[in-house]
Write a protein that binds this ligand. Sequence first.
Ligand SMILES: Cc1ncc(COP(=O)(O)O)c(C=O)c1O
Length: 281
Amino acid sequence: MTSPIAHFNGELLALDRISISPLDRGFIFGDGVYEVIPVYEGVMLRAREHFERLQRSMDEIRLANPHSVERWVALAQELLAHHPGNQSLYIQVTRGAPAKRDHVMPQGLSPTVFMMCQPLVTPPREAIESGVACITAEDFRWTKCHIKSTSLLGNVLARQMSADAGATETILIRDGFLTEASSSNVFVVKDGVVAATPRDNLILMGITYDLLVRLAADGAVKLDVRRVAESELRAADEIWLSSSTKEVLAVTTIDGRPFGAGVPGPLFREVYAVYQKRKRA
Ligand SMILES: Cc1ncc(COP(=O)(O)O)c(C=O)c1O
């Protein structure tokens, strides 16, 4: 099988021809940031919003962005020309490869820029129609979760807990309040009102979250952005997950027990339909 084409520091190369220094700070320290953009039939969904979030992540870690949003979009399109159909576009920028290992940020280093595509695997029909299982756990990650950092060990450990339990996600609770899940945002519905957790340092501000908030605000759905207590999560009528690759999914099992009505709720079905329409627009 031929190796897929990827972008590496300004060049398009076969993935198996790309090599990165072991001194790269992405490898040594997880000192980098990333993005994942869903691509439907060659068209990126909310590309500008993703590259603006990349900029915010880079600002937070004091890494100079080598490209403008327009240039990023152009480079991404060059790569996508080699990957037709539905794709998940992965973008990573690290602080680069210095001559020695030192925690202090080296000056004058060129960042390492990498982009690749993988076929976009959207949730199977069964997950959309029947909902998915989640477990809950204490949020043991750091307090800069708004940075889309490649240092993902906390998220990896949390996600593995759900994988071990045969579940789709681990919903995280910090000090008695919902934050998000290991690789998704979480929405809670009670009496027809959707609660979304605040966009603070304890969650990643999801591009899908933002889109759902806008769609909800445009439609009949009442939306409340506020902290959600764990007890409210457990007593909710509906719980949804959102992410670029999961789109929006209903949770129907929590910690091994059926949740709510045991099937995706009416507001989920409404929002799911609007999302599908919007992504094709
Ligand atoms: C921790 C975390 N929260 C939320 C999200 C959802 O973000 P987005 O909708 O931009 O994919 C992700 C996506 O990977 C994530 O890793």
